[in-house]
Ligand binder design. Structure first.
Ligand SMILES: NC(=O)c1ccc[n+]([C@@H]2O[C@H](COP(=O)([O-])OP(=O)(O)OC[C@H]3O[C@@H](n4cnc5c(N)ncnc54)[C@H](OP(=O)(O)O)[C@@H]3O)[C@@H](O)[C@H]2O)c1
Length: 365
């Protein structure tokens, strides 16, 4: 069995060459993975992930995973908050189910891509995606913006990057410009140091159809009150929040989570009362998502994306309120990431790299 070695440059070349059709194919693989995990008992075959924080504040995640076709593990280093300019780094190792080595990939770009693709799961069905707001200006922000434009570009009219530092948001705006120009969308940055920031932020959030939050913030990026009316009406935006990964972190106001679950206009796909927060993994969210932990969100008001995809596929015809919520309702998707996502995407990328002759291929390891 040949063994692929896929460097960061090779991963970037592979990902930057993906067409919309390629991304849709990888998205359906990821959707199947979510359903397998949440509905078909795959969660039972996942080893626990481990997180170690060293005295210097650097955190390493060890994320093992298994599936019916492969096993593997990602090791990812998260730099301490004080380490300016450093980003996530790591590797993803894949074997077949008998342990025969299949490939090794630099995990930095893969992590950005797979996390953003998870946030795109419910995007194809959304009716309104005209105004997109992206909080953060790192790799995650890039991939969220890039995939939203690739998947819904013809419907996006404006995209705004909101960031703490002006330097990185300007860099990201330059990186995104060719993609917004291609679809004719406007592109702007709003920085925390800008004059009238709070007023502009309130207007921007209030008018947003899609909001992506991609920062390790420990205090909310905007107050829950900016979206009071939307929660009351039970209409948009769609929010994908992937940044917080520790109980003390919160990019979104935990009060917003509470408002969504107690809302009279919310939809409960499993037939319970109030609304729900959508997560990738319930177990992970209760351990790591500050917004869920601090917001004291009850387990019955959380639904995994895999369960939702399963319900959507099987029940929608008889449930117009679910259809309305998925297309127009107020949705929060909170992700902390799962090893099975890396495994599925890693496998797809190794196959693609072999087809396209990208990276190094050894006859065996
Ligand atoms: N859910 C998942 O599966 C998953 C996977 C990978 C990563 N993540 C998380 O996603 C986040 C972004 O990852 P990345 O690789 O894009 O990181 P990155 O390249 O370091 O970018 C982080 C961004 O967040 C901003 N930021 C940092 N601290 C902030 C704070 N306290 N308040 C507001 N903004 C802040 C930074 O602004 P400046 O430009 O001002 O520094 C920067 O724009 C991280 O929290 C990471 O742990 C989640």
């Amino acid at each position: 069995m040949s063994f692929s070695v896929i460097s960061n440059t090779a991963v970037k070349s592979l990902l930057s060459g993906l067409t919309r059709t390629d991304v849709l194919a990888i998205q359906s693989t990821l959707n199947r993975t979510f359903v397998e995990y949440s509905v078909n008992n795959e969660a039972a075959y996942q080893p626990h992930r481990a997180s170690v924080t060293r005295p210097d504040g650097s955190t390493t995640l060890f994320m093992p995973a298994t599936s019916s076709t492969s096993v593997g593990s990602k090791i990812i280093g998260i730099p301490p908050a004080t380490a300016k300019g450093k980003t996530l780094a790591g590797v993803l190792v894949l074997c077949d189910t008998e342990g025969n080595p299949r490939g090794i990939l630099n995990a930095s770009e893969v992590t950005g891509f797979r996390t953003a693709l998870g946030s795109m799961t419910l995007l194809p069905r959304r009716e309104r995606v005209s105004n997109v707001v992206v909080f953060g200006a790192g790799k995650q922000a890039f991939w969220h913006a890039r995939l939203a434009l690739l998947l819904r570009g013809s419907d996006v009219k404006s995209m705004t990057v909101v960031n703490r530092s002006a330097q990185r948001s300007e860099e990201l705006v330059e990186q995104l410009r060719p993609f917004t120009s291609e679809v004719g969308a406007s592109l702007a940055a709003l920085n925390a140091s800008d004059q009238g920031y709070d007023r502009s932020l309130k207007e921007l959030v209030g008018a947003a159809d899609v909001i992506f939050c991609t920062t390790p913030a420990t205090s909310p990026l905007f107050p829950a009150s900016y979206l009071d009316q939307a929660v009351e009406r039970g209409e948009g935006p769609y929010i994908g929040a992937i940044g917080s990964y520790k109980p003390e972190m919160k990019e979104l106001d935990p009060g917003l989570f509470q408002n969504v679950v107690t809302s009279k206009t919310g939809c409960h796909p499993k037939g319970g009362s109030g609304g729900v927060i959508v997560v990738d993994t319930k177990e992970g969210a209760f351990q790591e998502a500050g917004e869920i932990i601090q917001g004291k969100i009850p387990s019955e008001n959380i639904v995994e994306i895999g369960e939702l995809l399963h319900i959507q596929k099987n029940k929608e015809a008889q449930d117009p309120s679910l259809d309305r919520w998925l297309t127009n309702g107020f949705i929060i998707y909170k992700s902390v990431g799962m090893g099975v996502m890396d495994l599925a995407i890693g496998e797809a990328l190794v196959n693609l790299a072999q087809q396209k002759g990208v990276g190094e291929s050894l006859p065996a390891l």
